[in-house]
Ligand binder design. Sequence first.
Ligand code: 5RP
Length: 220
Amino acid sequence: MNAKKLAGEKAIEYVKDGMHLGLGTGSTVYWSLVKLGELIRKGLDIKGVPTSKNTEKLSMELGIPLVSLSSINELDLTIDGADEASTNFELIKGGGGALLREKMVASISKRFIIVIDETKYVTSLGQFPLPVEIVQFGWEVTCNQISKLGCKPKLRMENNAPFITDNKNYIVDCYFEKIQDTKEVNNTLNMIPGVVENGLFVKMADVIVIGGSNGNVNTL
Ligand code: 5RP
């Protein structure tokens, strides 16, 4: 049973005609987008704001009408994946490198729905390295500053070159033993000059949809 597909499709039950939606990034929300495309072909009227160039391309292929973030002040609903979601609804995101746009879109959404498979539902965050988007200029210095939080930052690479985000920045994946105080880490990271945004989503998720390999879907 494809747990990601189960979760991704289930979340579409929250979508209503006329909504403006934030469209997340990744292989779980992929299934939400495919389902959305099917419903649009049957007459559903929605508009979406994509959180990455990949999602923008996929949405256009699926016939999902898009609008830019700049043209709206508020979204009815955003559906997105996560790399870890904790029992107290905190998230690590950015495994796909889209965390900045994802956080901007989620921040103006009335409802933020997370779709994950059961392996990502954890009691406390930190097993997954925390992605942090940083500017290219002086990135080693920024990494050094980040490491003072007690983690090991590692520049993300792709095809033997630094991974470049849609916003032309780098990503460093930060290895923590455990993230104790998520609010503190989130705020401290974002105060470091050179840090653009980090992948901790604190007090943002409203609903977590968890797909199980046994075919069950749990909505929290
Ligand atoms: C991208 C993300 C994704 O939502 C996250 O990495 C989960 O992806 P997937 O559903 O493919 O496991 O934060 O920046």
